[in-house]
Structures are given as structure tokens and as C-alpha cells.
Design a protein around this ligand. Structure first.
Ligand SMILES: [Zn+2]
Length: 307
């Protein structure tokens, strides 16, 4: 038993460290929902947080297949800096546009600029205007590697996004878009760019009390519940979680953060996102808003008839 235990410990340490198919920091989440809980069948999800190799032929076909399997009606793909996820030259950019043109109204896209890639707000605005003309509907996933959340290099991007009207989906962790306890740096940006809609993700959820405060305080703040961390955090106190979701029912976006590393996983969903909210006994209206209604409203998707 002892040696078996040792093997298990070593195995889990190996699995939780480093990268999974080039995507960093993706530890397998602990089982949070009962295996008996089924995903909703009375409505379809809309997922605003997905990653794909959008530049490569057939990558979006794989996304479309995954959407059918997961009961997802629409999704939004955001680029990461991996080769194939974000175009590196004009030919790749055109290939990406061609791939998305096949899925108009079903798979949308975000765009990114790395903070060090521009020197002025005007440069960023020029790039973003072209992206919008070519179909981008948001900015993200904004990583801000090695920068404080309100670093001047990040502020240029928020400024530009506010000017062109693109919502920004941001990631926070230990070395990306860094914040201290209380997340004052997020407050600074929300106050400075009140017309820029921000969608919070990742470690922002770890400071749930301040996350709650910011959602209540700032009309321009939303939050997507993708990533392993969110169901785990909400599961710590389900009574609070339910009240939090009801209180912020117009701000929370159901999302998965699935991507090329997870599309082919069959059977039980690798993430508890598909079932966790089903266990919270949410009011029907709140459930609908979170699963899809808020994303439809935020991005101006034409709502389908409620079932
Ligand atoms: Zn992501």
C-alpha cells in the first residue's frame, strides 16, 4: 500500500506541474459535482472562453464538433501566443479569417495585442479598428505577463479598447496582470475606463469578497466562470455561492476555458462547469442568464426563443 501511495503521489505531482500540450497551468480539477448530475438539456450553452488553433485548417471544424458534443450553441475563441492560435503574419491572418468565415454566427473571435507590441494608444487603436472590421468582437485573452494589472503598458490597451468599444477579457495569476490583496489595481482600471467592459477570469475569483464588491460597484465589470479554480472556490460555501450568483445574476458568464488540449476528451467532461450550477437550485431566470443570456446581451448576439 505504501509503495502504491507513493506512486500515486508522484503521479499526481507530475500531472499537476508544467504544461499540458503547451497550455500552462492546467491542473486537473478535483471532482466537485456528483457523477449523477447531468448537464442541462432544456437549453444550450453559449461559451465566451474557448481556445483553438484558429490559424490552421480544420481546427474550427474540431471546435464545431466539440460544440455539438457539449451542447454549446455559440462560442468565442480567444487567441493565446501559441503558434497556430494567433496569426504571425498576413498570410496566417488571412487563413484565420477564412476559417472563421465558415462559422459566421456560430463561432466568433477575440483578438490580442501584447502590451509591449505598441508604444502608443493610437497604434493600438489602428490595429484594433482593423480587427473589428475583420470580425473581432472582444479583446483577449489579455495576460499582461510580468506586469501589474494597472501597469502603464496595460493601460494603453484598456484605453484603446475603450475607444473602439471592445470588451476586454483578462487573466490574473501570480505573474500575469498582478494584483495584491484587495485587488485595488483592478479598481483603478475600472474607474479610469468606465466605458470599457471588462470580463474577469482566473485568479480574480480567488479574492471572492472583493470580486463580489467589484461586481456590485462597477457596471462595466463582468466575470466568466471558466477555469478549474471557479467551481472549486464557489463549492467551498454553496449557500454563499448561490447568493453571490443571484446578486450578480446580470454579470456572470458561464464559460469553460476548454481548448485544443481538451476537445478530444470523451465521456465525463474534464471540467465540472457543465454540471456544477445544476446543483445550486438557481432560479430559472438566473440560470438562463448565466448559461447564455448575459453573453448574448454583452456581445449583442440575437437571442433565440427561450425554451
Ligand atoms: Zn483561457
Amino acid at each position: 500500500m505504501k509503495s502504491l501511495l507513493a506512486v500515486l503521489v508522484v503521479t499526481s505531482a507530475v500531472l499537476s506541474a508544467g504544461e499540458v500540450n503547451g497550455k500552462p497551468e492546467k491542473p486537473a480539477p478535483a471532482p466537485i459535482t456528483s457523477p449523477d448530475t447531468k448537464p442541462p438539456t432544456d437549453l444550450k450553452f453559449i461559451d465566451p472562453h474557448v481556445h483553438a488553433f484558429s490559424v490552421r485548417p480544420a481546427a474550427l471544424d474540431q471546435v464545431a464538433q466539440w460544440m455539438v458534443e457539449r451542447n454549446i450553441e455559440r462560442c468565442i475563441i480567444s487567441p493565446l501566443d501559441h503558434n497556430g492560435s494567433r496569426p504571425r503574419d498576413e498570410a496566417e491572418y488571412q487563413a484565420m479569417l477564412e476559417n472563421f468565415s465558415k462559422y459566421k454566427g456560430r463561432i466568433d473571435r477575440m483578438c490580442i495585442i501584447q502590451p509591449e507590441e505598441v508604444e502608443t494608444v493610437e497604434q493600438a487603436v489602428t490595429i484594433l479598428k482593423r480587427e473589428i472590421a475583420d470580425g473581432a468582437i472582444a479583446f483577449g485573452e489579455h495576460y499582461g505577463v510580468g506586469l501589474n494589472f494597472d501597469d502603464p503598458k496595460n493601460l494603453r490597451l484598456y484605453d484603446a479598447c475603450e475607444q473602439v468599444g471592445l470588451p476586454v477579457m483578462f487573466h490574473i495569476d501570480r505573474n500575469k496582470n498582478m494584483v495584491e490583496a484587495g485587488m485595488q489595481r483592478v479598481d483603478n482600471v475600472l474607474k479610469r475606463y468606465p466605458k470599457c467592459k471588462l470580463i474577469a477570469h482566473a485568479y480574480w475569483w480567488k479574492q471572492l469578497k472583493d470580486a463580489d464588491r467589484q461586481l456590485q460597484q462597477y457596471p462595466n465589470l463582468y466575470a466568466d466562470m471558466s477555469g478549474a479554480v471557479v467551481p472549486a472556490i464557489l463549492n467551498r460555501d454553496r449557500t454563499f455561492a448561490r447568493e453571490f450568483l443571484i446578486r450578480n445574476q446580470d454579470k456572470i458568464l458561464w464559460a469553460t476555458d476548454e481548448g485544443w488540449w481538451s476537445f478530444n476528451k470523451k465521456g465525463n467532461a474534464p471540467y465540472p462547469h457543465y454540471t456544477f450550477f445544476e446543483e445550486l437550485n438557481l432560479p430559472a431566470e438566473v440560470r438562463y442568464k448565466i448559461y447564455r443570456g448575459n453573453t448574448e446581451k454583452l456581445f449583442g448576439f440575437k437571442p433565440t426563443a427561450k425554451s
